[in-house]
Design a protein around this ligand. Structure first.
Ligand SMILES: Cc1cc2nc3c(=O)[nH]c(=O)nc-3n(C[C@H](O)[C@H](O)[C@H](O)COP(=O)(O)O)c2cc1C
Length: 513
């Protein structure tokens, strides 16, 4: 019996795979640029073209993304829920999670905690309910306006889940007159890609209210800005103007006229077979993220960028008397908070002409003897340090509003320590260290690749890769630390630890912010 079912399923899947694809015209293409942080930018841009090519990515390249007509979107949904075995609940869960993670990428709960999800009667409304549940777990305070409930168990289940979390449901009548006083974000989950015609009551009135909103609350539309034509967009003008659009599976044609600052895609469930069949150009998702930014990141007025820091106070009687222990405490907290590359630090050096120079390096160990990183001794920083063996290190743990400065003399670590660390690295990194004559001019990338390939072949037998003589570690022995904790109104905490000649005890002083 099982074999028969399996054969049937196999037949259905192959029937789907070998059907001619719906034509998705090349006009449905648009330029695409990736995510907010540098690391995301690198990861995402890496993979934009990987659907059809294995070429080495070029960060300057723009790539393209496909746009779906209403019919194509419906057919892909049917395929996912038919031969490909997805259930509605599953797709809704994935969609809602993608929306919640997109919101969290841009609108941090510290500033945008009060979320109102306005949910329509269909699947788009279900996506909104799921997104609200995830946002609750992410630390937001969602409320739900769900005026036309359906009695299907999928939806009643979603409502029960939200009620069990004490997420409030607000009736239309109880919505505050001025939405901006009570909410920071509105999730527009009213109509999705199957919407036709003109919005009917009560949603027409809600949409009119959304049209009049100014800066706050921001509007996040789920897949389709409600009231827009699914293919032609805001064709009559005067429709809602979402600040963020989260396209699901692939953007629909209306998304071409989206001009808000944040366009995200949430569709990290589209199997490659579907992408191939429909010739979908879709970006890869960075890391483990459920969403990826598409379209250009917004232009920002740098002079107006400021965050009001809210953090626990950093008080003299609460800190460790030994700054290395205090650093250990903060470092462990940053690791526990899941920050990326907690060990990344800016290293500043100066040369004999006292000209400063900074770059990032990775901290590879620290204790009472000092802070260690590895590099090429013949690099710019290596040469600076041989001319002036003093340096400053800087850590910035943004999500914790914390900065640590460390200064002091620098010396090379022992050859033995460098050897040990070098051989603990992946073989690719060991070869990379031989190939890179760090900070020297390279005629082209191919030169690095060629040498890398040659050495990879040479050491393919697994033999020991010798450490280059000019590669190794430095250790900075601190004589000054400063722990900075951001606080409201720029009244930041700054505790400085310094040493005085001949006295091993650290002196702790508070500096003005
Ligand atoms: C997050 C991050 C970590 C880095 N870690 C190291 C490192 O541990 N060692 C290193 O030599 N370069 C590292 N680099 C590269 C350096 O920033 C720099 O480009 C390189 O060392 C050459 O610097 P120089 O010419 O000033 O010597 C890192 C870069 C980044 C962005």
């Amino acid at each position: 019996m099982r074999t028969v079912i399996r054969r049937r399923v196999t037949r259905m899947i192959s029937a789907f795979l070998f059907q001619p694809p719906l034509p998705i015209s090349p006009k449905h293409q648009y330029s695409l640029l990736p995510l907010t942080t540098t690391q995301r930018f690198l990861t995402a841009s890496h993979s934009f073209r990987t659907l059809s090519t294995k070429s080495i990515p070029n960060m300057q390249d723009s790539a393209s993304v496909s746009y779906l007509s209403q019919r194509e979107a419906a057919e892909i949904d049917e395929t996912l829920m038919g031969p490909l075995g997805f259930s509605v609940d599953q797709l809704m869960e994935l969609a809602g999670l993608s929306v919640a993670t997109s919101v969290a990428e841009v609108y941090k709960p510290s500033e945008y905690s009060r979320v109102l999800a306005i949910c329509g009667p269909g699947n788009n409304g279900g996506d909104g309910l799921v997104a609200a549940r995830h946002l609750h777990h992410f630390g937001y305070k969602p409320s739900i306006c769900y005026p036309k409930r359906t009695s299907k168990s999928l939806y009643t289940g979603l409502v029960t889940q939200l009620e069990s979390l004490s997420v409030p449901f607000v009736s239309l009548e109880d919505l505050p007159e001025n939405l901006s006083e009570d909410f920071d974000v509105i999730i527009d989950a009213i109509f999705g890609f199957s919407f036709h015609g003109a919005p009917r009551p009560p949603f027409d009135a809600i949409i009119r209210r959304l049209q009049t909103l100014q800066k706050r609350p921001v509007i996040v539309s789920v897949d389709i800005p409600s009231g827009w034509h699914v293919e032609e967009g805001d064709h009559e003008g005067g429709g809602i103007k979402p600040d963020m659009l989260v396209s699901l599976t692939a953007p629909k044609l209306c998304a071409k006229s989206f001009s808000g600052p944040h366009h995200f895609l949430g569709g990290r469930f589209v199997p490659p077979s579907v992408a191939e069949k429909y010739k979908l150009e879709l970006p890869s998702y960075p890391g483990t993220s459920m969403c990826v930014r598409i379209g250009k990141p917004p232009k920002v007025d740098i002079s107006a960028m400021r965050v009001n820091y809210v953090s626990p106070e950093l008080l003299e009687d609460q800190v460790e008397s030994d700054p290395v222990l205090q650093f250990r405490k903060w470092f462990d907290e940053a690791v526990a908070a899941g920050l990326r590359e907690t060990n990344a630090m800016a290293l500043s050096t100066t040369n004999k002409d006292r000209k400063p120079s900074s770059r990032m390096v990775l901290l590879k160990g620290f204790d009472e003897n000092g802070f260690v990183w590895f590099t090429n001794y013949e690099s710019k920083k290596g040469s600076d340090l041989s001319e002036n063996p003093f340096a400053a290190l800087l850590f910035y743990w943004e999500d914790m509003n914390r900065q640590v400065r460390i200064e002091g003399p620098v010396e090379r670590i022992s050859e033995e320590e460098s050897e040990n660390y070098y051989h603990s690295r992946p073989r690719g990194s060991q070869i990379g260290a031989i190939v890179s004559k760090q900070s020297s001019v390279v005629p082209g990338r191919h030169v690095l690749y060629d040498e890398y390939e040659e050495l990879t072949k040479k050491y393919s037998d697994g033999s020991v890769i010798p450490k280059p003589k000019n590669w190794g570690g430095f250790r900075l022995k601190p004589n000054l630390f400063e722990f900075w904790q951001g606080q409201p109104s720029r009244l930041h905490d700054r505790l400085q630890y310094s040493l005085q000649e001949g006295n091993p005890a650290w002196i702790i002083r508070r500096l003005a912010p």
